[in-house]
Design a protein around this ligand. Structure first.
Ligand code: MN
Length: 196
């Protein structure tokens, strides 16, 4: 199998009470795993099978793109969370949020609103262009800032499967809880990589 699902970067019960073990189990072992399985079946014997996953996302369309991007997006999403994390970013990322998005509280409010209002399935992204300018991007289905020439810095999955076990229809409560586990150390590294 050319593409392998990376391990979850934390234990299945480590994000409680934000996400239950059952919620994460379905999301990681059913939904995320299925995108890898589908992608591997679609690219079997094709040139894409020899590319890094990120390159497949950049170069593909249709079903290959949908599954490759969902495989990549979820691995990125897991890294955006960490037990006992949360708080605020530091350093260059904090300065860029101040400069481009009006400071941390304004950013958090705006990103939350974007995540809650996104119609249907998709992702709320914080992304940077090559100059480090930040923006909040609501993107539908499997779409990712990579496809728009931007570097992802942080994401919230707002497909219903991401929260329905724990929050049912209350997406807003799921989004509020996300901030208590937001992995700013990871986002700071992604922002630095966007500038490199
Ligand atoms: Mn998902």
């Amino acid at each position: 199998m050319p593409f392998q699902q990376p391990p979850l970067p934390f234990a299945m019960n480590a994000l409680q009470p934000f996400l239950s073990e059952e919620q994460l189990m379905y999301h990681y072992t059913k939904h995320h795993a299925a995108y890898f399985k589908n992608l591997n079946a679609l690219v079997e014997g094709k040139p894409e099978a020899n590319l890094p996953l990120r390159e497949v996302v950049l170069q593909s369309a249709g079903g290959v793109f949908n599954n490759a991007a969902q495989a990549w997006n979820h691995s990125f999403y897991w890294d955006c969370m960490m037990p006992k994390a949360g708080g605020e970013p530091k350093g260059e990322l904090a300065a860029a949020i101040q400069r481009d998005l009006g400071g941390f509280e304004a950013f958090r409010k705006s990103m939350s609103e974007t995540a809650v209002k996104l119609f249907g399935s998709g992702w709320a992204w914080l992304a940077a262009d090559q100059t480090g300018k930040l923006e909040i991007m609501p993107l539908g289905n499997a779409d990712t800032p990579l496809k728009h020439g931007k570097e992802p810095v942080l994401t919230i999955d707002v497909w219903e499967h991401a929260y329905y076990v724990d929050y049912h229809n209350e997406r807003g409560k799921y989004v509020d809880g996300f901030w208590k586990v937001a992995n700013w150390a990871f986002a700071e590294k992604r922002f630095a990589a966007a500038l490199a």
